[in-house]
Write a protein that binds this ligand. Structure first.
Ligand SMILES: Cc1ncc(COP(=O)(O)O)c(C=O)c1O
Ligand SMILES: N[C@@H](CCCC[NH3+])C(=O)O
Length: 427
């Protein structure tokens, strides 16, 4: 086996026959058995990513709530539930999914700027651990819903610390212009209101500044601003038992070098300790960093097309399966499932899907030595790929396989076209 110097290693490796394997299972064999496009996830890689956080929190009172929007496939949720994680949810649908996967409701936190009354009711009845409230008006509505149900809603307020996460503008959430959270300057007033409402019980404070953050700096800035606020709010007689510091840690797609979770938290916890707040209960909401490098998407090369201005490698996965390049011009490495000979001639291709959009591309200007019928693997496809997939062009969603302890499990069947239109009615 040759371990790749690629995201997803050491689970991803080429065997003696130059065939790509995930935790020792041949990708080509899985593609033959289940067809393409096919997502393949490694449980070992997920647990390794989780362990980095667990090491960082050794001896601390901390709860890791997987931000399930990153990957909400039931079996993936089950892996994290069985490992003791809680979940960060953003809808009633995610709540249902988390519970179906075996989540402990007391370890569920509910974020999001637009919770409906029905979703608040559903979450209160399920007994979730905390609502991360994102506006003053949401405080009032949640209070009403809880009073109607004769209970108190455990809440923390998501504060927008106005810190630049230095990431893609579409996935930055902690700046003044973003729709998320309550402004730092309004936080004290919001907490005073919350503490006065009979249907609410203040249990903590929350912030989340963005996603795919690759440097510690923005986290340290946010931490300092948030700890100042904790002191201010508590000095007004409102205790904040837990401190939820969001998610957002980035992964390697190309050459990014984000800090390891344990290294990052060493710095952040040192800051908390220095301020005398190191023993407060900590919650975090990581998504991408737990699953991003644990998944690949396998596609078959349908056609090679040599046009005047560009060469196109047309594959059977598309923007509906893996929307990140179309949405954010995101980069994902693309490698052949059968490794080419070192001296094989390569051609530069745009790797594109069959969807009728010019934005339907998975990779641009990639040097590949491929033929029609070959398989390619799109790497770092464990986060925000399947969970953001759609059925555009009436393309059924891809099948998903999870490798656990060297064995492949089909954890989601390929979606049939009849299932796509099953909820529709003719006139
Ligand atoms: C409130 C909240 N928590 C957690 C996350 C997870 O972020 P990431 O996947 O970058 O760790 C997000 C997404 O940005 C979010 O909006
Ligand atoms: N969907 C984004 C991340 C969004 C984070 C959620 N607030 C991505 O693929 O990078």
């Amino acid at each position: 086996m040759t371990t790749l110097q690629l995201p997803g290693a050491p689970s991803l490796a080429y065997d003696a026959n130059n065939q790509l394997c995930v935790d020792g299972v041949s990708v080509a064999d899985l593609a033959r058995e289940h067809g393409t496009p096919l997502f393949i996830y490694s449980k070992a890689t997920m647990l390794r990513a989780l362990q980095a956080y667990q090491q960082g929190f050794a001896g601390r009172n901390a709860l890791i709530c997987f931000a399930m929007k990153a990957n909400s496939t039931l079996a993936v949720l089950q892996v994290f539930a069985q490992a003791g994680c809680g979940f960060d949810i953003v809808s009633g649908g995610e709540l249902e999914r988390a519970l179906a996967a075996g989540a402990d409701p007391a370890r569920i936190i509910f974020s999001g700027v637009g919770k409906k009354r029905s979703e608040m009711r559903q979450a209160l009845q399920a007994g979730i651990g905390c609502f991360n409230v994102e506006s003053i008006n949401e405080l009032h509505v949640l209070n009403e819903v809880a009073v109607e149900l004769g209970c108190q809603a455990p809440i923390s307020i998501r504060v927008n610390p106005n810190v630049d996460a230095r990431t893609h503008p579409y996935i930055s959430t902690g700046l003044k212009g973003n729709k998320f959270g309550v402004a730092h300057e309004e936080a004290l007033g919001a907490y005073q209101l919350a503490a006065s409402l009979p249907g609410l019980q203040v249990v903590g404070i929350d912030c989340h500044i963005g996603s795919q953050i690759t440097q510690p700096g923005p986290y340290l800035d946010a931490m300092q601003r948030m700890l100042d606020l904790v002191q201010l709010i508590e000095s007004h007689g409102i205790p904040l038992p837990h401190f939820d510091f969001g998610g957002g840690l980035g992964i390697t797609y190309a050459d990014e070098t984000p800090p390891a979770a344990n290294d990052l938290w060493k710095e952040l916890l040192a800051e908390m300790d220095a301020r005398g707040m190191g023993d407060r209960q900590l919650l975090i909401e990581p998504g991408r960093s737990l699953v991003g490098n644990a998944g690949i998407c396998v596609a078959e090369v349908l056609f090679l097309k040599h046009a005047e201005a560009k060469n196109f490698c047309i594959v059977d996965a598309a923007m509906n399966d893996l929307p990140r390049p179309a949405m954010y011009e995101a980069y994902h490495q693309i490698v052949p499932v059968k490794q080419a000979q070192a001296d094989a001639a390569a051609t530069t291709y745009d790797v594109v899907g069959p969807v009728c959009e010019s934005g339907d591309w998975l990779g641009r200007d990639r040097a590949l030595s491929v033929q029609q019928g070959d398989l390619l693997a799109v790497l770092s496809a464990g986060a925000y790929c399947m969970s953001m997939s759609s059925t555009y062009n009436s393309r059924g969603r891809a099948a998903e396989v999870l490798i656990a302890d060297g064995k492949a499990h089909l954890v989601a069947e390929r979606e049939t076209v009849s299932a796509i239109y099953a909820r529709e009615r003719l006139l």
